[in-house]
Design a protein around this ligand. Structure first.
Ligand code: ADP
Ligand code: MG
Length: 262
């Protein structure tokens, strides 16, 4: 199986700090790949390097075989790789539904601007289709009842789900989620899990950085473990429990979970 994303020997230092060093791993199409490790392991820096927000000192990143490291973020997102940040970003003054429709238009700004001057029949039909799709996605994520609410009024977890819904509108090949459970009420955990799995069902593969290990266990097919800038293990979550290097670097700090409180 060829990897959708392949990271090879990636390195980035800040002065004397080697944030990422000789980091290599791959993420398969149609899967959820977890990226875990202690604070300071280099996970967020690795995401920045994969998505164009930082330029690597060395190494390559291949998206479906195309080298992308060092390209600007907007070029990488146009190739189908998008990311979220540790806090969600929405248009707070617009409604939930408006946020989604604008996300759909975002990639086609020129056509959107032209349509404001007087949309053609085809453009009107396309906009109507996007509206139908937006409602379907909101329904799937349990947000349909909030469609007319201003996005800025939502809870942290609801904003995160709206962000997922906006990414669904754009239909990327791969999304990288940086700590999506951070600041989210645990009662939303099951809906967040459904939303992550919903990406894969809709054709978007996922890489997820998350400290909530029951959540990682619940949603991932493969897990990559980073420590001190490099990858120390990759495999299904349950194979990592018995990996002494992983337990020493990370899992040993954490209580054992049964997944029920995810
Ligand atoms: P993680 O996301 O796994 O917690 P980070 O990628 O944020 O790890 O950080 C990895 C290491 O790089 C840490 O030691 C951090 O202090 C350092 N680091 C990250 N960004 C910078 C920066 N812009 N300048 C200096 N050091 C940084
Ligand atoms: Mg981080």
């Amino acid at each position: 199986m060829t990897a959708l994303l392949e990271v090879r020997d990636l390195s980035k230092h800040f002065g004397g700090v080697y944030a990422v060093e000789d980091c290599s791993f791959s993420a398969a199409e149609g899967q959820v790949t977890g990226l875990i490790g202690p604070n300071g392991a280099g996970k967020s820096t690795a995401i920045d390097l994969m998505t164009g927000f930082k330029i690597p000192d060395a190494g390559t990143v291949l998206l479906d075989g195309t080298p992308i490291a060092g390209r600007p973020p907007h070029r990488i997102s146009r190739l189908g790789l998008v990311r979220t940040f540790q806090s969600p970003r929405e248009w707070p003054g617009l409604t939930v539904l408006e946020n989604l429709v604008l996300a759909a238009w975002n990639g086609r700004r020129e056509r959107f601007l032209r349509s404001l001057r007087g949309p053609t029949k085809k453009e009107k039909a396309a906009a109507a289709d996007e509206l139908v799709r937006a409602r379907q996605i909101l329904d799937e994520l349990g947000l349909l009842g909030l469609r007319n609410e201003r996005a800025g009024n939502l809870s942290g977890g609801q904003k995160r789900l709206v962000e997922f819904a906006r990414i669904r509108m754009a239909r990327p090949r791969l999304v990288i989620l940086d700590e999506p459970m951070g600041g989210v009420n645990p009662v939303l955990g099951e809906r967040m899990a459904t939303a992550v799995l919903g990406f894969v069902a809709a054709g978007t593969s996922v890489i997820i950085v998350e400290h909530n290990l029951p959540f990682i266990e619940r949603v991932t097919d493969q897990v990559v473990v980073m420590a001190a800038g490099t990858v120390i293990a990759q495999g299904p979550f349950d194979t990592l429990r018995s990996n002494q290097a992983v337990v020493d670097a990370y899992l040993g700090e954490m209580p054992t979970y049964d997944g029920a409180d995810a």
